[in-house]
Design a protein around this ligand. Structure first.
Ligand code: 7TS
Length: 406
């Protein structure tokens, strides 16, 4: 059972110097570090249980299958899905959104239909819908963002959420603004006009308690590497009745009941959507990441990350000429800021000299950046192992940069 008092010791990669400075890792929105338990899970699988799943009747294959399907059950519990069959393993959020866009959207959308998004979507929850719109003749519509405070303009919702809207896809937490969106409310409003909802959970899965049934969403996409799990694994939660009615999006082994030369019949979900040998070891290690986060307590993780983000927001706001994006309070686990006279890439390069790992750029939010009149921002993002001393290191580094440039 992990404990908050020595959480940093669970993450081997944190304990290193960058140059001659101790690493201060504040790039968690891009990817988190992995706890020892996840690394050991990978090591154990490859050393002891490595075999392909589902098609084997020998001992290792049965162990691998049990562990892989056990991970699915574990992830279903992590999201409070009604059944493991509602969890499809994918490479991550991007692939999960593409799955819904390729399968559900292609089968269900036609000219005259509207796909509604918001102005704060990551490219992963925008470009797949552009492609789906091109394929189906549907059009895109956007719920606006209010400006630097980074809220969705909910006053526009009734006007925009017309019966032509068949699908509403939006992010739970903005990776650039730190805004936490009112997912349950948005899903309920979409349901009233008969639209299905796709929630991009990339930035919430590791930071907030997620209960897909309480949120009332139809689909929820997420990435393992943003919650202490491996890269290359993530998932899509989908409501059973929707998944059962959806066509496959990729064909191959493992997803069929019967194959003939000209035609085939599909297995139900989740196999229908997992053609080919899945990412077995990483799925099992994702289960270990779920155990780790639940061991720390997800309410406590949410409170910890919010406190750090609010403290960083308050401390940075004292810097001359800083433009802070997103809400001052009630934000998720990151801060995003810009100086009119210093490029974000210069800030990140300078901070790296101080051992502080930040991210600068458009954060795959180009349209939002354009709307806000920015080419990019600098972003500091926090996780369970960050401490107030990391924020002091961030602020000290920013003060050094300002002295250099001004
Ligand atoms: N959606 C959001 C809100 C994200 O922040 C990201 C990744 C994705 C989708 C895509 O996730 P993936 O795991 O499929 O790549 N965001 C970031 C980021 O902010 N910096 O690097 C990756």
């Amino acid at each position: 059972m992990p404990s908050w008092s020595n959480v940093r010791s669970d993450f081997p990669a944190l304990h290193q110097n960058v140059g001659n400075k101790p690493l201060v890792y504040l790039d968690n929105a891009a990817t988190t570090q992995r706890p020892q338990a996840v690394i050991e899970s990978l090591d154990h699988f490859y050393r002891c249980d490595n075999a392909n799943v589902h098609r084997g009747l020998h001992a290792l294959s049965m162990r691998a299958t049990d562990a892989y399907e056990g991970a699915r059950t574990r992830v279903a519990r992590f999201l409070n899905a009604a059944a493991p069959e509602e969890i499809i393993f994918t490479r991550g959020t991007t692939e999960s959104v593409n799955l819904v866009a390729a399968s559900w959207a292609t089968a269900n959308l036609r000219a005259g239909d509207v796909i509604m998004l918001t102005e704060m979507e990551h490219h992963s929850n925008l470009v797949p819908w552009q492609l789906a719109a091109k394929r189906t003749g549907a059009t895109l519509r956007f719920l606006p963002v209010t400006g630097d405070e980074g809220q969705l303009d909910l006053s526009q919702l009734d006007r925009l959420l017309t019966p032509e809207v068949k699908l509403f896809a939006f992010t739970h937490v903005s990776n650039t603004l730190g805004t936490i969106n009112p997912v349950a409310d948005l899903c309920a409003r979409a349901r009233k006009v008969g639209a299905i909802t796709v929630v991009d959970g990339a930035q919430s899965i590791g930071h907030l308690p997620v209960d897909v049934r309480a949120l009332g969403c139809d689909f929820f996409a997420f990435s393992g590497h943003k919650m202490g799990g491996p890269t290359g694994i993530g998932g899509l939660y989908g409501r059973r009745e929707l998944l059962d009615a959806m066509p496959p999006w990729q064909g191959g082994g493992g997803m069929i009941n019967h194959v003939d030369f000209l035609e085939s019949r599909w297995k139900p979900s989740p196999e229908r959507f997992e053609a080919g040998t899945p990412n077995i070891a990483d799925a099992i290690a994702l289960g270990a990441a779920c155990d780790y986060l639940d061991g720390l307590g997800r309410d406590r993780i949410a409170a910890h990350d919010r406190e750090l983000a609010e403290l960083a927001h308050a401390r940075l706001s004292a810097l001359p000429g800083i433009r802070l994006l997103g809400p001052a309070r009630g934000r998720s686990s990151l801060v995003s800021f810009a100086f009119t006279d210093i490029h974000a890439h210069d800030i990140v390069t300078f901070a790296d000299e101080d051992g502080v790992a930040l991210r600068g750029g458009h954060h795959c939010n180009q349209p939002l950046m354009r709307k806000l009149g920015l080419t990019g921002t600098t972003r500091a993002s926090f996780y369970v192992y960050n401490e107030t001393s990391d924020i002091e290191a961030l602020v000290a580094s920013m003060e050094r940069i300002l002295k250099f440039f001004r």
